[in-house]
Design a protein around this ligand. Structure first.
Ligand SMILES: [Cu+2]
Length: 223
């Protein structure tokens, strides 16, 4: 109960429009799961080392039952092998799921073009551009990210990880929003004195509203 109360305090700050720990889609959920695995893995190891450290001071006879060789083999070889194998496996399995692999129904493509200091979004199936990215909710969308000038980074923490925008190169990030809503994004690579203003939003619409909402946004940005 006390532990819950202690944990609730810092974790109360984990929600919010730019929180990786408040995922709103499958890619971000995998990242959050990986984060929690790493957090609890690190917390358990920290606790173990803390307990051993305390025992060395207050109950040294408990530790001296093991020989130096046993400590080195157990604590220096066997334990790290088990811990690192488990954590690396989790990271590989979850990281693999973030790769935009070819699908039977290839997701629609949208284009994110970074400029110093704003974003412009284009669409495979519509003329014109928008200043916020419009997507249908509940389905994957491939975002093709590039830049007209320096390196930027496209990051919508509640939907997916970061991907760099590199001149002359296209990086693809698969995003999906489980529900309609507005998801805030930022440029995550320092790109000059307008960097902190380089914000945008991904607006996910119910599939039936998507095209009309996007057409309205294109019309607005054309004015
Ligand atoms: Cu930038």
């Amino acid at each position: 109960m006390a532990a819950t109360a202690v944990l609730a305090l810092p974790l109360a700050a984990c929600s919010g429009p730019l929180s990786t720990l408040d995922p709103a889609g499958p890619a971000a959920s995998n990242i959050a799961i990986l984060w929690w695995i790493m957090f609890w893995g690190a917390a358990a190891l920290f606790l173990l080392v803390g307990v051993l450290y305390a025992l060395a001071f207050y109950r040294p006879q408990m530790l001296s039952r093991f020989s130096v060789g046993q400590w080195i083999v157990g604590g220096g070889l066997i334990m790290p092998t088990i811990v690192l194998t488990a954590l690396v496996t989790a990271a590989f399995v979850l990281g693999e799921r973030l790769i935009p692999k070819p699908m039977e129904d290839q997701p629609p493509r949208v284009y994110a073009m970074a400029h110093q200091w704003n974003w412009q979004f284009g669409y495979d199936d519509a003329e014109g551009q928008t200043l916020q990215l419009h997507i249908p909710a509940g389905a994957p969308v491939d975002v093709v990210v590039t830049t007209s000038d320096v390196i930027h980074s496209f990051w919508v923490p509640r939907l997916a990880g970061k991907v760099d925008a590199i001149p002359g190169h296209e990086n693809v990030l698969r995003i999906e929003a489980d529900r309609p809503g507005t998801y805030r994004g930022v440029c995550a690579e320092f790109c000059g004195d307008g960097h902190t203003r380089m914000r945008f939003a991904v607006i996910a619409h119910a599939p039936e509203d998507y095209e009309a909402a996007r057409a309205a946004a294109i019309a607005r940005s054309g004015r």
